[in-house]
Design a protein around this ligand. Structure first.
Ligand SMILES: NC(=O)c1ccc[n+]([C@@H]2O[C@H](COP(=O)([O-])OP(=O)(O)OC[C@H]3O[C@@H](n4cnc5c(N)ncnc54)[C@H](OP(=O)(O)O)[C@@H]3O)[C@@H](O)[C@H]2O)c1
Length: 120
């Protein structure tokens, strides 16, 4: 039977990175560390490798449809699907609309924290 697949969004740092670490230690399957910035993501993977942990890596910006499509195609081809999705990516401390922000800032919060959950 093929291995189960877990994907953690926004996992180059913070809670997402800790979840990847925990899954690598406890989950008997494939764990994907994903990040919007490839450099930051690969640096996080290199750090985990030094600790003896070996997640897979793929770029994924949850607010970018093209990036989501590329990741979907990759997962489809390599694994056939996802068993566990941890929708961690977010704009911390900005889970609300702040009227002192300008339109673009508020749009970014909506795209990352809310719309991405519908798209992913
Ligand atoms: N920490 C708390 O006390 C707390 C409380 C309640 C809820 N949360 C939620 O828990 C989650 C993680 O929090 P955290 O404290 O670990 O936050 P964090 O340290 O700011 O990490 C957020 C992660 O999300 C990534 N991210 C942001 N926009 C993205 C996008 N468009 N596509 C993909 N990844 C993106 C960031 O990437 P970059 O490094 O590229 O920016 C980073 O890796 C967030 O959703 C946050 O809202 C946190």
């Amino acid at each position: 039977m093929s291995k189960k697949v877990a994907v953690v969004t926004g996992s180059n740092k913070g809670i997402g990175l800790s979840i990847v670490k925990g899954l690598c230690k406890r989950f008997d399957g494939v764990v994907y560390l994903t990040s919007r910035d490839e450099g930051r993501g690969k640096a996080a993977v290199a750090d985990l490798n030094k600790q003896g942990l070996h997640p897979e890596y793929h770029q994924l910006d949850v607010s970018d449809r093209e990036s989501i499509s590329k990741f979907r195609d990759h997962i489809q081809e390599k694994c056939g699907g996802i068993d566990i999705l941890i929708n961690n990516a977010g704009f911390a401390n900005a889970n609300y609309i702040d009227f002192s922000y300008d339109f673009e800032e508020n749009k970014k919060i909506i795209d990352i924290n809310f719309k991405s959950i519908l798209t992913i």
